[in-house]
Design a protein around this ligand. Structure first.
Ligand SMILES: C[S@@+](CC[C@H](N)C(=O)[O-])C[C@H]1O[C@@H](n2cnc3c(N)ncnc32)[C@H](O)[C@@H]1O
Length: 215
């Protein structure tokens, strides 16, 4: 069976709908597992890189999967023949994810997003563009932490806390470790800045300290 690390397991666990768009599918594990676990009826796996898309094609072939289409394209550029209702965009920077989301087709009702940076910008965008964040939690894979964002069509106003830290439970050990890592990272950045201190980072650190106190 296809092995998934904690990050990809969390992504697949949150897929539901009829037709999945796996944008930037690369290895194809998410696309294939979504079909194997019958989380959707149909998958469109796409990637801007042909060699990456080939990996997904090989994996689907190995598991004899039908109901999967492959598209060599950037973002949603070649999705006109499909009625996508759920999309995964994972393993890219937040700004790249926002560019892709800006051109999403109508009918996409659920998003599973994993940005490796600028997660706050992704949260802000989805909340300002007709989605609400159903879930927003941290997982650890290897030595890295990842924020998993699951959004559904809806309305939501996010607080500064929600934009910066999501909706994690203070009881969650992984989240507490994430807070420690974020504090360490932000303190280092602030120290390196010397006199030219950043108010943004100071504000974020203040939030991290008070969150940590409550944990
Ligand atoms: C780091 S991999 C992530 C693969 C998988 N989604 C995951 O999370 O494990 C990023 C993939 O996104 C693809 N990619 C980057 N920008 C893209 C875009 N604008 N549209 C489609 N694919 C893109 C890359 O070619 C690469 O295969």
């Amino acid at each position: 069976m296809i092995k998934l690390d904690n990050r990809l397991r969390a992504v697949v666990d949150n897929i539901s709908g009829k037709c999945l768009a796996d944008i930037g599918c690369d290895h194809g594990k998410v696309s294939c597992m979504a079909l194997i676990e019958k989380r959707v009826e149909q998958v469109v796996a796409s990637d801007i890189s042909a060699p990456s898309l080939d990996k997904a094609k090989q994996l689907a072939k190995q598991y004899g999967l039908e109901n999967i289409s492959f598209k060599h394209c950037g973002g949603f550029d070649d999705y006109k023949d499909f009625e996508v209702d759920v999309a995964v965009i994972a393993g890219m920077g937040g700004k790249e994810i926002l560019d892709i989301l800006a051109n999403r087709p109508q009918g996409v009702e659920k998003l599973v997003l994993v940005a490796h940076k600028d997660v706050d910008k992704v949260r802000t965008y989805v909340a300002q563009n007709g989605f609400s964040l159903d879930k927003d939690f941290v997982v650890k894979s290897g030595r890295k932490f990842y924020n998993i964002l699951v959004a559904q069509v809806g309305e939501e106003e996010l607080s500064y806390h929600d934009i910066m830290l999501g909706k994690n439970s203070l009881q969650d050990e992984v989240y507490r470790a994430y807070l420690d890592a974020e504090i360490e990272k932000s303190e280092k950045i602030l120290k390196a800045m010397g006199d030219s201190k950043s108010l943004d980072i100071e504000k974020y650190l203040h939030l991290l300290y008070s969150e940590k106190e409550m944990a």
